[in-house]
Structure formats: C-alpha cells, structure tokens
Design a protein around this ligand. Structure first.
Ligand code: ADP
Ligand code: MG
Length: 410
C-alpha cells in the first residue's frame, strides 16, 4: 500500500505571507502589493490552440504569488523561493535572445507590455508558488500572469479590470513566453490563467480575428453539485526532446494545412462548418506515404469536435456525461498524435479501472499531468489505485491535486 501524496493549494493569506516575507528578506522595505495567478488544467482540446481550434481549460486553486514594488530606474531584480540567488537585468536590455533563465518569463512580460505601447518601468519582485513546475499545469503562465496583473496595477494600466483588457495581458504574457523565454506555446495557458472564472470552464476559440468576448466564453462547470470532482495526477515523469517533439507536431499541422490549401486545420472540423475529415484525409493521401500527417490531422480535427460537444454537455449541466469524450481524447493523443507516454497511460487506465468516469492526459504530453473525473466518494480509492500502480511499476511516486474550477489572476 502506498499513501498518495497530496499537493494542497495555499490559502491566499499563506501565499501573500510567503512572498511578503521573501520580499522583505531580499530587498529593503516592503512591497507595494501582492498579486497571484493560477496554474491551469485543460479539460479537453489538446494541441488545438495552434490550429485555430477550441480548448476548455479551468484555473487551478494552486497559484503563483508575487510581491512587487516599482523602481525609479529600469532595473529588474527578482527572487524566487523556487530559484537560487537574485536574477537581475536592465529592462532596456531585454529583447529576444538577450536574457535567460526564469527571469525571462518575468522581465519578458514587462518587455511585451512596452512593445504594446504601455509605459512600464523597473521593479523588485519576490515570487513563490504551489504550482508544480514542468508538470503540464502551466507554472510558466501562472508566473507570467502574476507579473502581468502586478505591473498592470503598479503602472495604472487598468487592463485587468475588464475581460478585453485581460485579453491584452494574455497577448503580452504569450509574447513574453514565445519571444523572451523562447517557448513556442499557443496561448491556451495564459488565457486560462488570466481569463478563467471561479466555478466555470473557459471555452477558448483560437480563430484569428475574434474579439475577446467571442474568443473566450465562460461556461458554468458545477462539479460539486453533481457530486463530482476533478483529480489531477502529476506523473512527475521527465522526458527529454519534449520541445523538439512539440515543434515537430506544429510543423506537421502547418504542412498538412498548406497541402490542403487551408489557413489552419480548424477549417476541416465539421462542427465548425468545415469540409469534413474524410475529404481532407483523401486529399492528403498522395503526399503522406507513411500516414503520419493523416494521423496528426485526424487528432486535431476530432479533438476540436470533441471539445465543442464536451462544452455543449457542460453547458447543459451534464458534466457527469463527459467521461467518454475524455477517454476518446486520450486515445487520440496516444495513438494518432503520439504525445502520451507510459506514465500518462497508466494513470488513465488505472483511474478508469478504479471507478473514474473519464480520464485523459492534459497539457502538451510526454510526461506532465493527467486528469480524472471522479465521484467525490471515489477520490480516495482512485488516488490509492494510481499511487499503487506507480509503485508496482517502479515509477517515481506521482503527486495528486484536487482541482475545483478556481479564480483567475488578481
Ligand atoms: P510548466 O509551465 O508546465 O510548469 P514550463 O517548462 O513551461 O512548465 O515552465 C516552467 C519554468 O517556468 C521553470 O523552469 C521556471 O523557469 C519558470 N517558473 C515557473 N514558476 C516559477 C517560480 N515560481 N519561480 C521561478 N521560476 C518559475
Ligand atoms: Mg509552461
């Protein structure tokens, strides 16, 4: 018997106390304020964001906290409870390729707000987080979003006050991650951290040119009333070549779209008025001797359709019926998109055998986390079954989180 290791979310008071203390210990005086932003889980809609498709994330109760104070000059000084030493740079020196390490996510947001025409100066900041790193729960976006709302407040930009303004903070956070931290992610993570609402999932539509209110629609997602909860399992699996594989998947999608004469694979999805999968696959066949392109396309298009139908069920208050869509999503990611791994498959198979209504990998894949939709009365049994299965397979013990749909960056 292996006891499951639970990763509890900090209370807002505890998070604020931690970063306030770290700030005071590291710099002279007190911070101007404390802000925080959540990690996220994606319920469904994986590898669809960069295909102009649909995703359905919720915010985690686990958050990254930042205590920040603006400076008179353009220096940025940063400390984190999760990193050694002080990270320092001049804001005027921050540009693509000039900074490295974790401070790139932070200074990158200030740089991106500057690129968008906002006046942001230097600052001192202290960071602490209960979002696990590199677990597919978007600690990077939680960090960026916490910085975005902090700078929004101290520079008096007023963007966090409206959903449209938050969409601008999303753009700045994503630009920071893409250009300064050098991670080519698609915008799902930052949108979730900045725009999700408590008790809701956020239906994100990545079609270009949509207005913010069309691109992100909150959908009430009341699990507790249905006697359900979302269990997150951080597999703690670490795999190499993750970013290379991610880039290869993106390239395959772009290549398939170009061969079909489409702007994006979304244009195939029948639920969104597309030409349909059969026709697209037939057209690709002569260009695709080994079938890889067609498998990638089949995942993206079927996933967009599953996400639309999943969101419809949630909207109708039928959260208990989404399990089969989660399982189909996982199978598609495993077999067609080939981004799952042994640990993720083990969570899904074990959770379902132990009574979960549905389960799937979440996030980019190759490790990271899986989610399971579980009756409240079964949480303990499912977690124990997964912990035991990992122990039996000689794998690193996973960590378990409960993920009621929580509040955005504030
Ligand atoms: P994920 O977003 O899935 O957790 P990423 O690789 O995208 O994984 O982001 C993790 C990176 O983000 C870390 O390696 C670190 O550079 C940075 N990061 C996130 N949170 C913090 C933090 N609290 N303190 C310092 N760096 C952080
Ligand atoms: Mg990330």
């Amino acid at each position: 018997m292996t006891e499951p290791q639970w990763l509890e979310a900090w209370s807002a008071e505890e998070g604020a106390r931690r970063v306030d203390e770290l700030f005071t210990r590291s710099f002279d005086g007190s911070p101007e304020g404390v802000w925080s932003a959540p990690g996220r889980v994606n319920l469904i809609g994986e590898h669809t964001d960069y295909n102009a498709g649909l995703c359905l994330p919720t915010a985690l109760p686990h958050r990254t906290y930042i205590a920040l104070r603006p400076r008179e000059d353009d220096r940025v000084r940063l400390v984190s409870a999760q990193a050694e030493g002080v990270w320092e740079a001049n804001l005027s020196d921050v540009a693509p390729g000039t900074v490295t390490d974790w401070g790139a996510y932070v200074a990158g947001v200030a740089w991106a707000l500057g690129q968008a025409g906002y006046k942001v100066g230097g600052f001192d900041a202290a960071v602490d987080s209960c979002v696990p790193f590199g677990a597919g729960l978007s600690s990077s976006a939680a960090l960026e979003a916490s910085v975005a709302v902090a700078l929004d407040a101290v520079a008096g930009l007023g963007l966090a006050a409206s959903d449209a303004g938050r969409a601008e903070l999303v753009d700045a956070s994503r630009l920071a991650e893409n250009e300064i931290a050098g991670a080519p992610t698609g915008g799902l993570d930052q949108s979730a951290s900045l725009r999700c609402r408590e008790g809701h999932a956020l239906l994100l539509d990545f079609r270009p040119g949509l207005k913010p209110l069309e691109s992100g629609v909150p959908v009430p997602f009341d699990l507790a009333t249905a006697g359900l909860t979302l269990l997150v399992v951080d597999t703690r699996a670490e795999h190499s070549h993750v970013s290379g594989e991610y880039g290869a998947r993106r390239e395959a999608c772009e290549r398939a779209a170009a061969l079909l004469g489409l702007e994006s694979l979304r244009e195939i999805a029948p639920t969104l008025g597309g030409v349909g999968l059969d026709r697209a696959l037939a057209e690709l066949e002569p260009h695709d001797p080994d079938g890889v392109l067609r498998r990638r396309v089949r995942h993206v298009v079927s996933e967009i359709d599953r996400t639309a139908r999943f969101a419809d069920l949630v909207r109708e208050g039928r959260a208990a019926d989404v399990g089969p869509f989660m399982l189909a999503s996982h199978a598609s990611l495993r077999d067609d998109y080939e981004v799952s791994c042994r640990e993720l498959d083990l969570v899904v198979d074990t959770a379902v055998a132990a009574g979960a209504l549905g389960a799937r990998m979440t996030g980019g894949g190759f490790g990271g986390s899986a989610i399971a939709l579980v009756r409240l009365s079964d949480v303990d049994a499912v977690a124990r079954a997964v912990a035991n299965a990992f122990a039996d397979a000689d794998l690193t013990a996973p960590a378990f989180l409960l993920a009621p749909p929580s509040a955005p960056a504030a």
